[in-house]
Structures are given as structure tokens and as C-alpha cells.
Design a protein around this ligand. Sequence first.
Ligand SMILES: Nc1ncnc2c1ncn2[C@@H]1O[C@H](COP(=O)(O)OP(=O)(O)OP(=O)(O)O)[C@@H](O)[C@H]1O
Ligand code: SF4
Ligand SMILES: [Mg+2]
Length: 317
Amino acid sequence: MKAHFTKTLLEVRDLEVSFKGIKTITALSGISFSIGESETLALVGETGCGKSVVAHAIVRLLPPESRVKGIVELVGKSLLELSEKEIAKIRGKEIGIVFQNPSLALNPVYSIGHQLAEPLRVHRKEKKKEAISKAATVLKNMGFVNVAEWISYYPSWCSGGMNQRFLIAASTMLDPILLIADEPGKGLDRKCITELEIELKKLKGEKKTAMLLISHDLGFVQRLADRVAVMYAGEVVELAESSIFFERPLHPYSKGLLNSLPENGFVPIPGFSPPLSDPPSGCKFHPRCSLRKKSCTERHPELKEIDERSVRCFLYP
Ligand SMILES: Nc1ncnc2c1ncn2[C@@H]1O[C@H](COP(=O)(O)OP(=O)(O)OP(=O)(O)O)[C@@H](O)[C@H]1O
Ligand code: SF4
Ligand SMILES: [Mg+2]
């Protein structure tokens, strides 16, 4: 696919992740995409399709029973080949991470100020006082008033929405070149989601931070993403520029996702995602696809490029 952004920041090629257990589960196969400098790529798809596994695989935070193959490069540096120490340096510095459930991600025994200052102290060896004063400035710039109070608060004293904003502040303290945000709006009310959206837009617009954004909220995705990758059962089935995608999705599953939105009539996709331990033959979406032909049940479609977008479906040769 033709790059819309000048320079590639993150390149993921043929990523495959499996989990060893009584039965081996292939959670991801043949995942390929790139993110350009200051670009936001959204990953969407039903629960269990592998979005979080992609995010965790990039920053090497998968559990020990996982097996990861393929290539993950951040500005040419092969992340899968780095030592534990080297990848730990990249997490939080070059790659900011915001995973769902901020109340769990923040440490309950430390104050907000302490946690915001932590990245500066660990990665830049700054003195505590200096780091906390910088943290206060960041909160001020985010529009917080009474900053001195906020930095002395503990996470349990704050709402989920506030904690999510603190977590974003902590993850971007060191001006990462890429922010991975996995369901940052999950569990937040409308008002908090709006605030979160403003925060992410600011990062995108002012700091030019590139983002891998994972969200179930397609409205949120539409407002923030430059490109959208749709995942189904551990594969990317469509990848397109956001405006083009929302106007004219190509893959039958993408069409189904958009039709299931309230504004499009709430038409659900029939059936369920297949178990990853026993996926269907041929096209993994075939049991739910109204357009399937016999060949769809026998052959597995490749992700093919058409008109500057990619789609995995035999309807598009
Ligand atoms: N530690 C693990 N052991 C075995 N299988 C796992 C493990 N972690 C994830 N999986 C499998 O990988 C699949 C993808 O999980 P993942 O959490 O990435 O889904 P998701 O797309 O993020 O879903 P959601 O939208 O609900 O967050 C799951 O269906 C699960 O079967
Ligand atoms: S390949 Fe066949 S079954 Fe799969 S989405 Fe396309 S038409 Fe449907
Ligand atoms: Mg997830």
C-alpha cells in the first residue's frame, strides 16, 4: 500500500503469535502493517480477534507461554531481537503505553506527582524535586487547575477519567515517538471519553506523536485515526485510509461492523467469531458471510492491494 506519511516509524511484518497450552492457539498470523511518523493507525474488530495481542507483542509484554515470530521494527531497530534490558528502555521512552484500566496501571501507593515524575527519574536520572515540578507543568499544560493538589493525590482519590488522563500524561512525559493506546476509553463515561479524545488530539496535533489506537468505539476511531486496520480472527482483513474506509468499506466483515452501528440501523453480524484453537477452513469469515462461494470454504484469501488499500477477500481479485 502506498505510504501516505513520509517516513515509516513502526513496521510490523508477518507477525505470528501462538500460545502453548493443552492445545496450541494461533492468536495472530501474517499481521503486517506500518505506522508513519505522526500517523494514527487504528486497530478495530470484535472481542478476541487479537488486537491486544498485537499491542503486547510489539512491546514484548506477552506472557512466557507465547511464541512470537516475524518482524517488528521501530525506526529500523528490530524490537523482537533486543535484550530484555534494551526493550525495557524503549518502553515508556520511545514507545508510550496506555492500556485499559488506568486504576490498575497506576500504582495505588504512590501519589500522582510521584508517578508522573517516575519516567523522568528512571530514564533521564532527574532529581525528584525537578521531575515533580516538570510533572506539574505538564498537568498545567493539560488544562488542570490546582495542580499542586492533584499531584499530591493518590489514584484511588480520583475518578477513572482523571486517572486515564494522568496515565496518558505519565506515558507521554518523555515525548515518545509512538503511543500505543489499547482501549483507552474503556469503562469511562461520555464526558471522560470526550476529554480523552481532546488529549489524544492534542498529542497528535501539537506533539506529532504517532499512535496505534485500539478501540471498539468506531466513532472515536473515525475522529482520530488516519488509517484503519480491521482484524478478524487473528488476521488483518482490511486496511485503508480512515475517510475512505468509513465511506466505502470493502470486506464483508467491515461492512457488517459498520452496519452494526446504531446510526446505521444496528444490524448485527450473524454468528460468532470462530475459536482460534479451531478456525474454519478457507476464509475464516466464511461461516458468517452471506456472499461466500464454495471456493471461500476451501482456499484462504491473501491480503491484496487494490486502489491504495488492502483487502482479504476473493470478491476483490
Ligand atoms: N495468555 C494467553 N493464553 C492463551 N490464549 C491467549 C492468551 N492471551 C490471548 N489469548 C488468545 O488470543 C486471542 C486474542 O486476544 P486479545 O486479547 O488480543 O483480543 P482483543 O481483540 O484485544 O479483544 P478485546 O476487544 O476483548 O480486548 C483471544 O481470543 C485468546 O484466545
Ligand atoms: S472470501 Fe468469501 S467468505 Fe470470505 S469474506 Fe470474501 S466473500 Fe466472504
Ligand atoms: Mg483487547
